[in-house]
Design a protein. Structure first.
Lengths: 159, 106
């Protein structure tokens, strides 16, 4: 409950801040709160991975690029018609999803800590290397391609 | 202020996920800095991950965790390539405003 409030506040802050660094720090707040929620839902491994991979690696990359490009505040520009049409549509979207979740899902039990203990590294590793072995290997190729792509894109600076 | 319940229903997690996803869409649509737009995409991915973990709790299966692990990996790869693209774009155009990057339009 508290972590959900933190996540929502940080998410709103992400959208409203005009400075990219402030947005990045808000996003780190969201990810930290989500990691705590994963822990409550029994996902120990995912919570740790969330902190290490997301809040650690990816956000360091973001902050690094923001610093490198010396990104300043956003300039206030004219608002297009999409802004005015989009906001009510987004609220409608959120309302529809909330309605569907509330009324079309069967009544759910309360979440208790320890209600699901299948998210340990042991269970995840077992599933990852037996049932999901092929997707796991494909993922490694995907990461290899991403490394190559990033190097090719950044190579022009070296020459 | 009424006392908060000690534990909340599972649907609240899904609604939180929907709220975060909508915030991500709002940031994606309304922000003008390309880096902030990129961070909004990450927020949307995180919201979907929360849904996966919640359903995994509900169904008492580990598959949701695996899936959100894959989403994390893809997000890392996407962030690396996307930020490299942003660096290249900034080097060529000296701007981060998405409204000025409209050379594909004509």
């Amino acid at each position: 409950m508290i972590f959900a409030a933190i996540a929502v506040v940080c998410g709103i802050s992400l959208v409203l801040q005009t400075h990219p660094i402030a947005s990045a720090l808000s996003l780190i707040g969201v990810m930290g709160a989500l990691a705590a929620l994963y822990l409550l839902l029994g996902g120990e491994f995912i919570a740790a991975a969330q902190l290490v991979v997301y809040a650690g690696a990816i956000m360091v990359l973001f902050v690094f690029v923001i610093m490198l490009l010396n990104a300043g505040k956003e300039t206030k520009g004219r608002r297009s018609w999409a802004t005015y049409a989009g906001a009510p549509l987004l609220l409608l979207f959120l309302g529809l999803i909330a309605l569907a979740i509330t009324y079309h899902l069967p009544a759910s039990e309360n979440v208790v800590f320890g209600g699901f203990t299948g998210g340990t590294a042991l269970q995840i590793g077992r599933a990852l290397f037996t049932t999901y072995l092929l997707p796991f290997e494909v993922t490694s190729i995907l990461i290899l391609i991403a490394i190559l792509g990033a190097i090719v894109l950044a190579r022009k600076e070296i020459d | 202020m009424p006392a908060l319940p000690p534990s909340v229903p599972l649907t609240w997690y899904l609604i939180l996920s929907a709220i975060l996803f909508t915030l991500g869409i709002a940031g994606f649509l309304f922000r003008r800095n390309i880096i902030t737009v990129f961070m909004s995409i990450e927020l949307m991915l995180n919201a979907v991950n929360l849904s996966f973990i919640t359903f995994s709790y509900k169904l008492k299966q580990v598959d949701g965790h695996i899936f959100s692990f894959f989403v994390m990996v893809v997000a890392a790869a996407e962030a690396a390539v996307g930020l490299a693209i942003i660096l290249t774009v900034f080097k060529n155009r000296q701007t981060l405003e998405i409204d000025e990057l409209s050379s594909l339009k004509n």
